[in-house]
Design a protein around this ligand. Structure first.
Ligand code: PLP
Length: 388
């Protein structure tokens, strides 16, 4: 197995979540069944939901289980299609994850007016443009908490204040998929109305997500379920619960609750050590988003004159898993829309690699990584037509 440095793509399952899954596998009842097999599972789900609510400091009633972060974003954004025409104005940013951006484009095709706020060279949104884009008719503001490619954290409090002043009736949604588990979230005391969270980014398995809707019982009328059917999740999200996913997410959240403070510091130390070593040992690099507040484990680096894909493959051959910002994984050669939004030239965007550290990483792994990076970047630059 490689040294895994791609924790923004997905995270390894927490050992406590693994044990919880194994223990739970014999409990196969449907939580909607009235018999004891069902009731036992239902009770276990309630305990897991409480563990999740405690970790996020959210009210139990305000958590809706979905299948993933994408579903949570889609549910909020697509609800706009059912809003009065004058409220069908969405304000979002041009660095969102495709789960938000592609949904916004879909909405645009279906008559919703969308404004895309730009970001500065450090990946922080232009608050003046935000202010100008908001009107009393803005129905929804959807701005991500932390960016998946460069890790920058948006000034959520300032954004909320502006939204409240300029568009007091708008709903403020945040895609918190890259924030949850990486920094501490306090949903009850946060200034947004709704948030998306994904289990597999916080050491639970894939296939479980959260849609947080503050004061769900009061606000549910504003939103339209994406999936109709049974009465699960208070009739808001039908489909038999992903019981294993929920149990695992509960266990992961309980474990993270006690370790997150230490882990944030430890992971930040690894990231900073890594970046300092890169600065010391490799010339012609750019650390993207470095001047902004970032989640502790993310480091997005452009190595000038080389293609990110070549670096990724070389690192993979040498036992390290990382990712590129550019969309080679989707078969497209388009440079990363996030780095392009940061006003980088396409060749700069193409040469970038995202290193994302997590709870299984150790500082000793960085020394080996640097050794390989120094060697491979040198080789790649020697054969690169882009080199001076
Ligand atoms: N939003 C952000 C910021 C993400 O990074 C991701 C996944 O990478 C998603 C949404 C989608 O989450 P999921 O994979 O759970 O659908």
């Amino acid at each position: 197995m490689n040294v895994y440095l791609d924790n923004n793509a997905t995270t390894p399952i927490h050992p406590k979540a693994k044990s919880a899954i194994i223990e739970f596998l014999d409990f196969f009842g449907n939580p909607s069944s009235m018999h004891s097999d069902g009731r036992i599972v239902k009770e276990k789900l309630v305990i897991a939901k409480q563990q999740i609510a405690d970790f996020l400091n959210a009210s139990l009633d305000d958590i809706i289980f979905t299948s993933c972060g994408s579903e949570s974003n889609n549910t909020i954004l697509k609800s706009m299609l059912f809003w009065p025409k004058e409220k069908q104005n969405l304000v979002t940013t041009n660095i969102e994850h495709p789960a938000n951006l592609e949904t916004a484009k879909f909405l645009e095709k279906n008559g919703i007016k969308v404004s895309y706020i730009e970001v500065n060279d450090d990946g922080i949104i232009d608050l003046n443009q935000l202010e100008k884009s908001l009107t009393k008719d803005t129905g929804l503001v959807s701005i991500m908490y932390a960016n998946n490619e460069i890790g920058t954290i948006q000034p959520i409090d300032k954004i909320a204040k502006i939204v409240k002043e300029k568009a007091p009736n708008a709903i403020f949604h945040t895609d918190a998929v890259q924030a949850a588990g990486k920094i501490k979230l306090d949903l009850k005391n946060s200034p947004f109305d709704t948030a998306s969270i994904s289990g597999h980014k916080l050491y639970a398995p894939k296939g479980i997500g959260i849609l947080y809707i503050r004061d769900f019982d009061k606000k549910r009328k504003s939103f339209t379920p994406l999936i109709h059917g049974g009465h699960q999740e208070k009739g808001f999200r039908a489909g038999t619960e992903n019981t294993i996913g929920i149990i695992a997410l509960g266990a992961a959240c309980e474990a993270l609750q006690s370790e997150i403070d230490v882990e944030i510091e430890r992971i930040k130390k690894i990231r900073d050590y890594f970046e300092n070593k890169v600065i010391e040992n490799i010339k012609d690099i750019i650390i993207n988003g470095k001047n902004s507040e970032r989640v502790p484990g993310t480091s997005n680096i452009t190595f000038k004159y080389v293609e990110g894909e070549s670096i990724l493959l070389k690192l993979d051959l040498n036992g390290f898993s990382v990712s590129t910002g550019s969309a080679c994984s989707t078969g497209s050669l388009e440079p990363s829309h996030v780095l392009m939004a940061l006003h980088k030239k396409p060749e700069i965007a193409h040469g970038s690699i995202r290193f994302s550290f997590g709870r299984e990483n150790r500082i000793e792994q960085v020394d080996k990584l640097i050794e390989i990076l120094v060697k491979e970047i040198d080789i790649l630059r020697k054969i690169s037509p882009l080199s001076k």
